[in-house]
Ligand binder design. Structure first.
Ligand code: NAD
Length: 469
């Protein structure tokens, strides 16, 4: 049983009460997290404001070195954090699971530590000198979801620290333990108040996330989660003119052209759709396949999917685990049941024990069917047959989301031309969902505002000041 405190101003702080965290594989309680009060949020803001005075004045080299020390801490505690993550999130230790997530967190932290946004001279001549400086915005609030709690925390915290901001993070009530421990570890190498963590369960406690997005002491909110919550944050942030970075839901389309070799793309298609059990913002959530290869692609995908071991995340042999929580399970089940009335179930389709749901593939669906139109965020992939390429691009674009998309073809140039016509922030050719720390990642349309990663992502944590002399 893991019971952890919040970290506020470098000190361990308990809430007025606590809430239980369940292991999605077993339903057992794995630990407890504190329920923060609104007064404790005020304490965290005050601690982060006080720490900002010193932190924002550190040199570029000092900030880089401190972020490097955080990266080393994550590396040294990777296995401990991976075990905690599997216990509360359900994802397996192996495959693209907790150990992989910790590896990603360390890689992103290391890369971000090495980035820099030096002052730019825009003009230097007889008429004068113009310099563009990037300044930290102040106290940053990070609000994270339950699907990749450690990696997303790193995506939010490291660029904020690297640019001289201080942070208060609020993890999802489903998966707070790994973040509580992560921040505790960060505080072993950072000055007090630079990174703080508050937790709450949204239901019986104060809605700390909502309070953060309205708090006058917070200058920026970086949020990853659902579109509905992102919209609420945007509304409540207006009054205090906060900077916002919102990474919200996706409903990524994959388009398979008639020239593919079905057996060769089956593995990529599967992991594009089922990474983290489909509980991934930029997973492939709708697959459009040309009629000439439709049956063969469906067959090859099912052949690959049948061999994936699903089980308790703590079992070293598991490659996929359970759905993380009951609400998400219910949503997947509702969408699959609706899909079964119109489509053809190629595999899965019936719930397993507890929160386990087998990889499910349903063919012969169309736009207008709930499993195609709505973001399932779970292990259920709809397949849609098409005959006309121009029409299918329009069909793929006919969705409010615009996070990612993919094109599958032997003709990479043709695939790139199609990519240019897709309304989304990232397009992959012959793969889906691969991200890297030097490539900006973000959504268009309802999928969000702003980007993460690379210099463009780092710049989001700064305000520009131009000095004319
Ligand atoms: P969610 O929106 O329900 O919760 C996300 C976070 O917001 C949690 O920490 C929650 O406590 C907090 N929150 C709840 N109410 C709030 C409020 N009124 N104000 C501020 N914060 C509040 O999302 P979730 O269920 O945790 O995650 C699933 C969703 O997240 C999916 O739609 C998925 O596509 C999306 N997601 C997007 C990305 C991305 O990078 N675009 C990544 C992961 C998940």
């Amino acid at each position: 049983m893991t019971t952890l405190a919040m970290t506020i101003g470098g000190n361990p702080v308990n809430g007025k009460d606590s809430f239980a965290i369940l292991n999605p594989s077993t339903g057992e309680t794995v630990g407890h997290a504190p329920k923060a009060t609104l007064a404790q949020l005020d304490d965290a803001v005050a601690a982060a404001e006080a720490a900002f005075q010193g932190w924002s004045k550190k040199s570029d080299e000092e900030l880089a070195a401190a972020c490097g020390a955080v990266t080393e801490k994550i590396g040294a505690h990777a296995e401990e954090l991976a075990l905690l993550l599997t216990a509360e999130q359900g994802k397996p230790l192996n495959g693209l699971g907790s150990r992989w997530e910790l590896g990603g967190a360390q890689a992103w932290a290391g890369y971000t530590s090495g980035l820099s946004l030096p002052m730019k001279v825009l003009q230097d001549n007889n008429e004068g000198r113009v310099e563009m400086h990037r300044k930290p915005v102040g106290v940053v609030a990070s609000i994270t979801p339950w699907n990749f709690p450690v990696m997303i925390a790193i995506w939010h915290i490291l660029p904020a620290l690297r640019t001289g901001n201080t942070v208060i993070i609020k993890p999802s009530p489903m998966t707070p333990l790994s973040t509580l421990r992560l921040v505790e570890l960060m505080n072993e190498v950072l000055p007090a108040g630079v990174v703080n963590v508050v937790t709450s369960d949204d239901k019986t406690g104060d809605n700390i996330g909502a309070a953060m997005s309205a708090h006058p002491g917070i200058r920026k909110v970086v949020f990853t989660g659902s579109c509905a919550t992102g919209q609420k944050i945007m509304m409540s942030a207006a009054e205090t003119m906060k900077r916002l970075k919102l990474e919200m839901g996706g409903n990524d389309a994959g388009i398979v052209l008639p020239d593919v070799d079905p057996a060769k793309i089956a593995e990529g298609l599967f992991w594009g759709g089922f990474i983290n059990n489909g509980q991934t913002c930029a997973a492939m959530k709708r697959l459009y396949v040309h009629e000439d290869v439709y049956d063969d692609v469906c067959g090859a995908l099912v052949d690959f999917a049948r061999n994936i071991p699903v089980g308790d995340g703590m079992d070293e042999g598991s490659i996929l685990g359970p759905i993380q929580n009951q609400a998400q399970f219910d949503k997947v089940q509702r969408l699959v049941e609706a899909g079964k009335t119109k489509g053809r179930v190629l595999m899965g389709g019936e719930p397993g024990e507890g929160l386990f749901y087998p990889p499910t593939i349903i063919a012969d669906l169309n736009n207008g069917d709930p499993l195609v139109d709505e973001e399932q965020f779970g292990p259920a992939l709809p397949i849609i047959k098409y005959s006309d390429l121009d029409a299918v691009i329009e069909t793929a674009n006919d969705n409010p989301a615009g996070l990612g998309g993919s094109v599958w073809s032997k003709d990479v140039e043709k695939a790139k031309e199609i990519a240019g016509r897709m309304q989304c922030g990232s397009v992959w050719i012959n793969k889906h969902g691969a991200i890297q720390p030097n490539a900006p990642f973000g959504g268009v349309k309802s999928s969000g505002i702003g980007v993460e990663f690379g210099e463009e992502g780092l710049a989001e944590y700064t305000d520009i000041q131009v000095v004319f002399s």
